[in-house]
Design a protein around this ligand. Structure first.
Ligand code: GLY
Length: 366
């Protein structure tokens, strides 16, 4: 098992290993205490894993209840959040009790926002079951729901008491969901770790690897969380260096919105990374080889690297991005593999970069 300590205002641990669901009750008891646990999950994950998690929590002495909502990004919204709060109140939860998020990024975000606001904040544990949630969204304390105008527009920073990542859960992920998580894996390597990038070039993180070598997958997940750990420990509230984690996200979120969320988040981040790298090549900010390697690594993981939306469509969607402030937006520009920098760019320039990033080789010289 890997154990990583996240050094935020309220420090906590991330555990990565196998057979952790069956032991989660004792882990939660030690990290959170309390007497009641509300397990929040969705219809897909609940059917598979709510029973063992509930059993373990009850064996550890918790009174438990399970709140299940319909799976899908379209349910990361106010009604779902309010229903969790109503359920917590109906079960007479106090702020000393614990909400356990069991699922992928949507479950973690909405359950975390409920925990951040129920009685002005109750205990919270993340049990990520998707690759994306394990390597990214369960760590770092970002919680949120979506509004009709855009993703994650309402939320709070609320760190969990512990994150329990049981890599055995990845075996039941749909192939597309597994691939989707790889978008954030490639991103971590580009922003911070050339060595990891080279390792992934040699052996990509695929479902085949998952079936052949679970301990290698656990190691790669721990490497990814270690990158996120360093960034979040240095800048919990995203005042500076944490913005690096948004590489590929400004265009990526726009692609997600333009696709009506039919494309997964990690897939959109991959498209966004390649577009931003292409724009950087075309403005002389990085070598073509940097873009080519990012594009090849994304493709080796089965991720898409381009989209059919126009620059105008993407720009209109990107205006709802939280990273915008006034007439400018913070962008992450790749200078090399493992080296990116943050730049505050006027919106007009951002629009030009989107156009340069998505236009095909024939229309603009690379
Ligand atoms: N997913 C980006 C962050 O946690 O900051």
């Amino acid at each position: 098992m890997y154990t990583l300590d996240i050094d935020t205002e309220r420090p906590y641990r991330v555990l990565i290993g196998t057979l952790l669901l069956e032991q989660c009750g004792e882990i939660v008891r030690e990290a959170s205490g309390g007497s009641r646990a509300l397990i929040v999950t969705d219809t897909n994950v609940g059917a598979l894993y709510a029973a063992p998690v509930r059993r373990s929590l009850e064996e550890a002495g918790y009174e438990t209840s399970v709140h299940v909502f319909e799976a899908g990004e379209e349910h990361k919204r106010a009604e779902t959040y309010l229903a969790i709060l109503e359920d917590a109140a109906r079960h007479e939860m106090t702020r000393g009790d614990v909400i356990v998020a069991l699922g992928g990024g949507v479950v973690g975000d909405v359950a975390g926002f409920a925990a951040a606001t129920y009685m002005r904040g109750c205990h919270f544990v993340q049990v990520p079951t998707s690759l994306l949630a394990m390597v990214d969204s369960s760590v770092g304390g970002k919680t949120a729901i979506d509004l009709a105008c855009g993703k994650n527009l309402v939320g709070a920073f609320w760190q969990p008491d512990v994150v329990i990542a049981d890599v055995g859960c990845l075996a039941t992920l749909e192939p597309d969901q597994f691939i989707d998580g790889c978008g954030e894996v490639v991103k971590h390597a580009v922003i911070a770790d050339e060595e990891l990038f080279c390792e992934l070039e040699k052996t990509p993180l695929t479902r085949e690897l998952l079936l052949a070598d679970l301990s290698r997958v656990a190691y790669l997940i721990a490497r990814n969380i270690d990158i996120k750990r360093a960034v979040v420990s240095a800048d919990e509230r995203e005042a500076g260096v944490r913005k690096l984690l948004n590489f590929g996200h400004s265009i990526g979120h726009a692609v997600e919105a333009c696709s009506d969320f039919r494309l997964g988040h990690g897939a959109c981040v991959a498209i966004g990374m390649v577009a931003m790298a292409t724009a950087c090549v075309r403005t002389g900010l990085c070598e073509p080889s940097v873009r080519d390697r990012i594009r090849a690594l994304a493709a080796a993981h089965g991720l898409p690297t381009s989209c059919d939306f126009t620059a105008d469509e993407l720009y209109a969607a990107a205006l709802h991005d939280k990273k915008r402030s006034g007439d400018a937006i913070d962008l992450v520009l790749p200078e090399g593999i493992g080296t990116c920098r943050i730049a505050n760019v006027p919106l007009l320039e951002f629009k030009q970069l989107i156009a340069l990033g998505i236009e095909t080789e024939g229309s603009v010289e690379a």
